[in-house]
Design a protein around this ligand. Structure first.
Ligand code: SIN
Length: 314
């Protein structure tokens, strides 16, 4: 078993002022020593998402890499049957996989890759702490993923607005931006028969860094509690505009063998919108790590409305 040499510091190359760094000098196919794991963790805390190039690893190696940073969950709370045989932890992201999972009308409504900025599965009471996405086969151009730093976005708000949102809570619901009446679509059936929803603080305190982050997203957040619907819409739109500001984002150009590793507690991501215009397929594989229950600035934890905690895969 080869271990990464702990005397060699990893090479962290930031990609923008706030968000994202490429890490060089690490071979993800091999077990990492504690020092390297700690350095990657530190880079994640600072940059919210880190990227690796030329890592031609397989499902088992991706799962082992993730397992050095936490417990690996099943691929998706709804989609155990969609995982590749023998790898329940893998969630494959591709137009074909989404077509099979969600049905064609989902694609028509959102494009092939889902409904906008989000962190992974925030309707859970304990949304995954991290996600690791590996590119198996990507087009030569296009299909980029964007990430935004929601700690920086929070800090960029004026103080009175921060103080106001610090006290708010919001509902997150799977299928929030989807028309659940589509009875012949699998996603509509899940939303009706196995709802997944939680109340989370609008501002979450990051459990490792102590930073406050904007913890709502257009993919899953339905409403802010204790406001009337119009007020809730206005505040959410204001926050969605804030997280979308270019200064907090980074855009990642994939190559075969690229790996993105992000902190869902401090970053949102936006899947590409141009996939339908690309001639070649785009196949990536994602794993997620078990997360904890969010806590707001007042110390109050999230509350589950429907669904079970998302724990380690067997
Ligand atoms: C995801 O939302 O996890 C997939 C991101 C992507 O397709 O780039």
């Amino acid at each position: 078993m080869t271990l990464t040499d702990h005397d060699v510091a990893i090479d962290v190359r930031p990609l923008s002022g706030w968000t994202g760094a490429e890490i060089h000098g690490v071979d993800l196919s091999q077990p990492l020593d504690d020092h390297t794991v700690a350095e990657i963790r530190q880079a994640l805390l600072q940059w919210k998402v880190v990227f690796f190039r030329d890592q031609h690893i397989d499902h088992a190696q991706q799962i082992r890499f993730g397992g050095q940073f936490g417990d690996v969950t099943p691929g998706h709370p709804y989609e155990g049957d969609a995982a590749p045989p023998g790898f329940p932890q893998i969630h494959t992201v591709s137009p074909k996989a989404y077509d099979e999972r969600y049905g064609r009308r989902y694609q028509k409504q959102f494009g092939v890759n889902g409904p906008g900025w989000h962190a992974d599965v925030t309707p859970l009471i304990n949304p995954p702490s991290h996600s690791i996405l590996r590119a198996e086969s990507v087009p030569a151009f296009g299909g980029d993923t964007q990430f935004t730093n929601v700690a920086a976005a929070y800090l960029g708000l004026p103080e009175p607005l921060r103080a106001f949102i610090d006290g708010l809570r919001a509902e997150h619901r799977f299928g929030a931006s989807y028309d659940a009446d589509r009875s012949n679509e699998r996603i509509g059936e899940w939303v009706r028969t196995k709802p997944l929803a939680s109340i989370h603080p609008v501002v979450r305190v990051h459990p490792e860094s102590g930073e406050r982050v904007i913890y709502v997203n257009p993919g899953f957040t339905t409403r802010i509690l204790d406001l009337d619907p119009r007020q809730s819409r206005h505040i959410l739109d204001l926050l969605f505009e804030q997280i979308d500001r270019p200064e907090y984002t980074v855009r990642f150009k994939w190559e075969n063998g690229s790996v993105a590793f992000w902190d869902n507690r401090a970053a949102l991501h936006l899947a590409p919108r141009d996939v339908e215009h690309l001639a070649t397929d785009r196949v990536l594989h994602r794993i997620t790590l078990v997360g904890d229950t969010p806590v707001g600035p007042d110390g109050a934890p999230s509350e589950s409305i429907a669904g079970e905690p998302f724990l380690a895969a067997n």
